[in-house]
Design a protein around this ligand. Structure first.
Ligand code: AMP
Ligand code: MG
Length: 420
């Protein structure tokens, strides 16, 4: 695979651009196969495995978009009011029995089927009416205020394509077809663990030089939010045998394995050796900050797992997850198409120092001022400063060619809501 990647992209693995890395990863991945049929409500947050073909037209019949009068457009004079005789009333759920003949109208409510003979709805605010007669002013457009059968969804055509994430709107749409069950992809199984002799799980005392594990918690949160089955494997010591056993076992139970730490310059060599024994894993240095070191590849064969070796610094772990692992896991889970997170332009309220050559992801606070979106930095931007993520509602994304930012300059931001 390493060779394949290199040939295809002709990239410099020591300064791999963010967009290219994301694309290489996405190109390598195809969705998992398992499908299950589940009740509609349970499908919220799941991914459609087969298209939903509409069994009916929605709406099922022409109906009124307004409270008013169903009329024949040909009856209406163009230069004066037209008096019409009211021959019945149509309610939603209670159609009129009368048909509309020449010189006649039916009083009609929103959602009621349009009675036979009528082709136009005149809204009630536009007319003068008595219980028996309605006077329609000129200027009515033929076919107005009418919702046509099938204008939302057509019988026999796909209403939703496979790969669609089921959100509240999709639940409602499927319900409008009278469908109570959906075929969705099985849940993606994602295993994750932290690496490092200094990492201690909460509940245990820390010795000098040790720190509490935070990456397993941010990873848990980010994965859980995506609706995956998460498997927390714990902390793995910096020991080749333990790492090898752990990755081998994880590949047996998961579709993807996320690790944090152990891919930076000081540690990559031993991790690389272990991964080389287990599969085909690339070690990249990305042209980005934070989160330069990154590993991606395949562990084991057909029934193995994809491996994402995220950098250990807590902010770098999260940003690498959002930029690379998230889109890849969505594709693996069956989402199609996987869209990049939208970028919004905002004015930088302060100056930002930036050297050209790599993409920088700063943690920002997006706010509205004077009718414009503005963004300010959360403050210190070290890759270990997790409070910068906790305080942020967006990432300021500065592309490689960009240099220093002056106050008032426009900068693209990625909103974290929706990602998380
Ligand atoms: P590494 O990539 O393993 O060299 O780790 C880089 C930095 O991130 C070091 O300062 C580690 O102590 C820190 N780090 C690694 N893993 C974690 C973790 N799970 N939680 C908090 N900090 C971590
Ligand atoms: Mg480490």
């Amino acid at each position: 695979m390493a060779q394949q990647f290199g040939e295809r992209a002709g990239y410099a693995p020591n300064e791999l651009p963010v967009d290219l890395a994301r694309q290489l990863i996405l190109d390598a991945i195809t969705p998992i196969c398992g499908i299950e049929r589940i009740p509609l409500r349970d499908a919220l947050g799941r991914i459609l495995a087969q298209p939903v073909v509409s069994p009916i037209d929605v709406p099922a019949y022409d109906n009124s978009a307004m409270d008013g009068y169903a009329v024949r457009h040909a009856d209406l004079a163009t230069d004066r009011d037209t008096p019409l005789r009211i021959v019945g009333t149509a309610f939603a759920g209670r159609p009129a029995t009368a048909t509309v003949g020449p010189g006649e109208a039916v009083r009609i409510m929103t959602g009621a089927p349009v009675p036979a003979g009528a082709d136009t709805i005149v809204m009630q605010e536009a007319v003068r009416a008595t219980p028996d007669q309605v006077s329609v002013p000129p200027g009515q457009r033929a076919g107005q205020n009418l919702r046509r059968a099938g204008e939302d969804l057509r019988a026999g055509l796909p209403a939703l394509a496979a790969g669609r994430l089921i959100r509240p709107a999709e639940l409602g749409l499927v319900a409008s077809l009278g469908i109570g069950e959906l075929a969705v992809r099985r849940r993606l199984r994602v295993a994750f663990f932290s690496t490092g002799d200094e990492i201690v799980s909460i509940g245990q005392p820390t010795a000098p030089g040790q720190i509490y594990d935070s990456n397993r918690y941010t990873l848990f949160g980010m994965l859980q939010r995506l609706g995956f089955d998460v498997i927390d494997i714990g902390v793995v010591r910096d020991d080749p045998d333990t790492l090898e056993t752990t990755v081998r076992e994880a590949a047996g139970i998961a579709d993807a394995i996320l690790t944090s730490g152990g891919v930076s310059v000081g540690e990559a060599d031993f991790t690389r050796d272990v991964m080389a024994r287990l599969g085909d894993v690339l070690f990249w240095k990305l042209a980005m900050k934070p989160g330069r070191p990154f590993a991606f590849g395949r562990i084991g064969g057909h029934d193995g797992a994809w491996l994402f070796g995220l950098p250990g610094n807590p902010v770098a772990t999260m940003i690498a997850f959002y930029q690379f692992a998230r889109p890849a896991l969505l594709r693996l889970a069956g989402v199609d198409p996987v869209a990049p997170p939208p970028l919004l332009d905002a004015r930088s309220s302060g100056a930002i120092r930036k050297a050209p050559g790599r993409t920088e992801f700063l943690r920002g606070v997006l706010f509205e001022a004077d009718g414009h979106w503005q963004v300010r930095s959360t403050g210190a931007q070290g890759s270990g400063i997790l409070s910068s993520m906790a305080d942020a509602n967006c990432l300021i994304v500065l592309s490689p060619e960009r240099g220093n930012v002056q106050p008032g300059d426009s900068v693209p931001v990625q909103i974290l809501d929706g990602l998380i």
